[in-house]
Design a binder for this molecule. Structure first.
Ligand SMILES: Cc1cc2nc3c(=O)[nH]c(=O)nc-3n(C[C@H](O)[C@H](O)[C@H](O)COP(=O)(O)O)c2cc1C
Length: 356
């Protein structure tokens, strides 16, 4: 259990326009990971706000099947934000209005931080940081086009020579964004290396809108440490939630001075099974979107689940063997046999059965 100190007392609710998030923890948008089944689990385990994978504004306007699939959402996960990328303010505003019309989302988030070449080469994602004026204009047009709150997520800069988060945060606030999430790393390092919490603290001190801190949270205690070091209004967690949706409950327990019971092997198994079955059901639905697919829904879901599976079982001795045999896993049954082998290795269960 993490000790409750002044540093990790529960923060006040996060207010994003009309939206109030009682527990200011946010699941970071992660392409390929934060689909509906995973978001639902995080929401159920205490996450205050979940975010979709990033979607392309042009794809929204074309109602492309892949994009609409990313925009599947449901009432039980709310509040949920839809993250949008693009470079043209007018197109972004039209796409935001279409997303609002779906009636499933609680906010629209603008991606100003993605370093993936496919996005950056189109002048979107972190490339927008080179043009703070365009970001402000984009947010203004989106605010005019929708009633939902509008937020932005960005980085501290592109490279060591281009650390312009102060200027970008100013533009984001001027444009009318109602919350800013800062991933406190440079685009140049992608997701590795230490996050710059000092700079995060500086931006928090300069801006009036709520600031959510992201980067460098690996466990519940880190969420308290980030708040203590920076004063941010909320914490955003990405990779540390993969394989550990319980992290949100643990943070709340820490903030409320309660103990957090370690997750049992049985609970872990139940979570893995539920996550996988929900993912298969999600892929069944996706098959309406993807007519030409190489694998059936169950096999596609099992393949897609690999990253989660490895993270759920991280630290268990049998994980290396499981990783070697991932290609042989084609069904939910195969996955659960492999999981049982890792959680309850044969030698161990045989010893128990023989009373040794
Ligand atoms: C696999 C993966 C996919 C990501 N996809 C997105 C995305 O779609 N939109 C976005 O704003 N950030 C994306 N990110 C960045 C995360 O939202 C987050 O900023 C980053 O992982 C740092 O937070 P963490 O240290 O808690 O993981 C992605 C990160 C990863 C690892």
């Amino acid at each position: 259990m993490v000790e409750s100190t002044e540093n990790n007392l529960k923060p006040p609710p996060l207010r994003i326009g009309e939206l109030t998030i009682d527990r200011p923890t946010v699941l970071a948008p992660m392409a390929g990971l934060t689909d509906l089944p995973f978001r639902l689990l995080c929401a159920r385990h205490g996450c205050g706000l979940v975010m979709t994978e990033v979607v392309n504004a042009q794809g929204v306007l074309r109602a492309s099947s892949q994009t609409m699939c990313y925009l599947e959402a449901c009432a039980q996960e709310r509040p949920v934000g839809a993250q949008l990328y693009g470079s043209d303010p007018q197109v972004m505003a039209e796409a935001a209005a279409r997303i609002e019309a779906l009636g499933r989302f609680d906010l629209i988030d603008i991606n100003c931080g993605c370093p993936v070449p496919k996005i950056v080469n189109k002048g979107a994602g972190v490339a927008l940081m080179k043009q703070p004026g365009i970001i402000a204009e984009m947010i203004r047009l989106i605010r005019a086009a929708v009633d939902l709150p509008v937020t932005a997520k960005t980085r501290i800069g592109l490279s060591p020579d281009e650390v312009n988060i102060s200027e970008v945060a100013h533009a984001i606030e001027e444009g009318g964004a109602q919350m800013l999430a800062i991933h406190a790393r440079l685009a140049a390092v992608k997701h590795s290396g230490p996050a710059d919490w000092d700079l995060m603290a500086l931006i928090k001190s300069q801006r009036q809108i709520p600031i959510v801190g992201n980067g460098g949270i690996e466990c519940a205690a880190d969420a308290g440490a980030m708040r203590a070091a920076t004063g941010v209004d909320g914490v955003m967690i990405g990779r540390a939630a993969v394989g550990n949706p319980w992290i949100f409950e643990e943070i709340i327990a820490m903030w409320e001075g309660r103990s957090f019971k370690p997750v049992s092997l049985e609970d872990r198994r139940r979570m893995i099974e539920e996550h996988l079955l929900n993912l298969i059901a999600h892929f069944e639905k996706k098959s309406e979107y993807h007519k030409r697919r190489r694998y059936g829904s169950e096999q596609s879901a099992c393949r897609h689940f690999r990253t989660h599976l490895i993270k759920y079982l991280k630290g268990h001795p049998g994980i290396g063997k499981l990783i070697k045999h991932l290609e042989d896993i084609h069904s939910a049954g195969d996955v659960m046999v492999a999981v049982d082998d890792v959680l309850w290795p044969k030698s161990c269960s045989e010893q128990l059965a023989s009373g040794a």
